[in-house]
Design a protein around this ligand. Structure first.
Ligand code: NAP
Ligand code: ZN
Ligand code: ZN
Length: 347
C-alpha cells in the first residue's frame, strides 16, 4: 500500500506532527489526487481536541481538499489524470437509503464515511483527511473544480462553501431577503459572499468591531456588534433568515428575537455544550430554529459551479503545514481572516 506523508494528532492534547499513513491502491472506481491545498475548518479543531467525543487517533484532519488527479481506475468516467479535483467532508455512503437516493448523502441512514475521524463503509478501515500528500476516493465523491477559480482559495468551498450554500438554497434565499450572518470566520465569510450573490441584503453580526470594514467588502450592507445589547433592539424582528456559524456556546434566544414573523434561524456552528432555548422565543412569531449539515455531493458540485460563475472564492491566509498548530490557536481567538489554507507542497 502506498505510504503517504501526513500531519496527525496522536491524542486530544497533542500538537499536530509529521506522520505517515497507508493509502489504498487505486481501485476500478477510484480517483487518486495529489493534494495541493487543504483548508483548516473549525471542525478540525473540535475533533482533534475531542470536543464532540468519540474522536479516533491518530487523526489526520482536513476536509477542504483540492489538487490534481494523478491516476484513475479502469471504470472511472468523470475524471482523468491532470484534472483539477476536490474532496469535501464525505468519501462514501450506502448509496441505497432514502437519504442517499435524494442526493442527501450527508444524512445517509446507515451513516456515511466521513473524510477523517471515521471509517470507510466496511466500518473497519480508518479514514484520514487532507493534511496529507495524496488521497484515494471513489469517483462519486470527487468534485470537479473549475480552472477559473484560484485553486488555493477554492479549497474552503469544499466545506465552508457548501455548508453555507445549502441552507441559503434550502430556505430559498432571493433578491431583497434580509439575511443575518452570525460569526465572521470561515463559514461566516462564505455565507456573506454567497447570500449577497443570491441578491440578499446581508447584515454581519459579530463580536469583533474590527471586522466591520471586511464584512462590508465581502458584501454585507449592515453590521451589528453583538457585544452591544442595543444591536438586538435595533434589529428586533428584522431578518427573514439568520445563519449562525458560532463555534462556542452562546444564547440563541437573543438572536431569535431578531427574526421577523415566521423567520428561520439555522445553526451551522457546533458548540461543544448545549444551550437552553425558551419556547417563547419561537412561539411568538411562529419562528423556526433549525440546523443544517454540509450538503450532498450533487449540491456541492452545483455550489462549485455557482462560485465559478460568480467568481466567488474564499479569503485565505496560505500557510505552510508546519504552522497548523499556530493557526488553531489563532482560530480559537476568532483571529482568522478568513480561512487558513495549508500549502501541502510544504509537507
Ligand atoms: P471559525 O473560522 O473559527 O469562525 C467562528 C467565528 O465565530 C469566529 O471567527 C467568531 O466570529 C465567532 N466566535 C467564535 N467564538 C465565539 C464566542 N465565544 N462567542 C461569539 N462568537 C464567537 O470557525 P468555522 O470554521 O467557520 O466553523 C464554525 C462552526 O461551524 C464550528 O463549530 C464548526 O465545527 C461548525 N461547522 C459546521 C458544519 C456543518 O455542517 N453544520 C460544517 C463546518 C463547520 P466574530 O469574530 O465575527 O464574532
Ligand atoms: Zn468543515
Ligand atoms: Zn445511505
Amino acid at each position: 500500500m502506498p505510504i503517504t506523508k501526513a500531519f496527525a494528532a496522536a491524542s486530544a492534547t497533542s500538537a499536530l506532527e509529521p506522520f505517515q499513513i497507508d493509502r489504498r491502491e487505486v481501485g476500478p472506481h477510484d480517483v487518486q489526487i495529489e493534494i495541493a491545498f487543504c483548508g483548516v475548518c473549525h471542525s478540525d479543531i473540535h475533533q482533534v481536541r475531542n470536543e464532540w467525543g468519540g474522536s479516533m487517533y491518530p487523526m489526520v484532519p482536513g476536509h477542504e481538499i483540492v489538487g490534481r488527479v494523478t491516476a484513475v481506475g479502469g471504470h472511472v468516467k468523470k475524471f482523468k489524470a491532470g484534472d483539477l479535483a476536490g474532496v469535501g467532508c464525505m468519501v462514501d455512503s450506502c448509496r441505497t437509503c432514502a437519504s442517499c437516493k435524494r442526493d442527501l448523502e450527508q444524512f445517509c441512514e446507515v451513516g456515511g464515511a466521513f473524510t477523517y475521524n471515521g471509517t470507510e463503509m466496511d466500518r473497519k478501515t480508518p479514514t484520514y483527511g487532507g493534511y496529507s500528500a495524496s488521497v484515494v476516493v471513489n469517483e462519486d465523491f470527487v468534485l470537479s473544480i473549475s480552472p477559473k477559480l484560484d485553486l488555493a482559495a477554492a479549497a474552503p468551498l469544499l466545506c465552508a462553501g457548501i455548508t453555507t450554500y445549502s441552507p441559503l438554497r434550502h430556505w430559498n434565499t432571493k433578491k431583497g431577503d434580509k439575511v443575518g450572518v452570525v460569526g465572521l470566520g470561515g463559514l461566516g465569510h462564505m455565507a456573506v459572499k454567497l447570500a449577497a450573490a443570491m441578491g440578499a441584503e446581508v447584515t454581519m453580526l459579530s463580536t469583533s468591531a474590527s471586522k466591520e470594514v471586511d464584512a462590508r467588502k465581502l458584501g454585507a450592507t449592515g453590521f451589528g456588534l453583538t457585544s452591544d445589547d442595543t444591536t438586538f433592539k435595533r434589529l428586533a424582528g428584522h431578518f427573514d433568515l439568520i445563519i449562525d456559524t458560532i463555534s462556542a456556546p452562546h444564547d440563541y434566544n437573543k438572536y431569535l428575537g431578531m427574526l421577523r414573523l415566521e423567520g428561520a434561524m439555522v445553526l451551522l456552528g457546533v458548540p461543544p455544550a448545549p444551550t437552553p432555548v425558551a419556547a417563547t422565543s419561537l412561539i411568538f412569531g411562529r419562528k423556526t430554529l433549525s440546523g443544517s449539515l454540509i450538503g450532498g455531493i450533487a449540491e456541492t458540485q452545483e455550489m462549485l459551479d455557482f462560485c465559478a460563475g460568480h467568481g466567488i472564492v474564499s479569503e485565505i491566509e496560505l500557510i505552510p503545514v508546519q504552522r497548523v498548530n499556530e493557526a488553531y490557536e489563532r482560530m480559537m481567538k476568532g483571529d482568522v481572516r478568513y480561512r487558513f489554507v495549508l500549502d501541502m507542497k510544504t509537507l
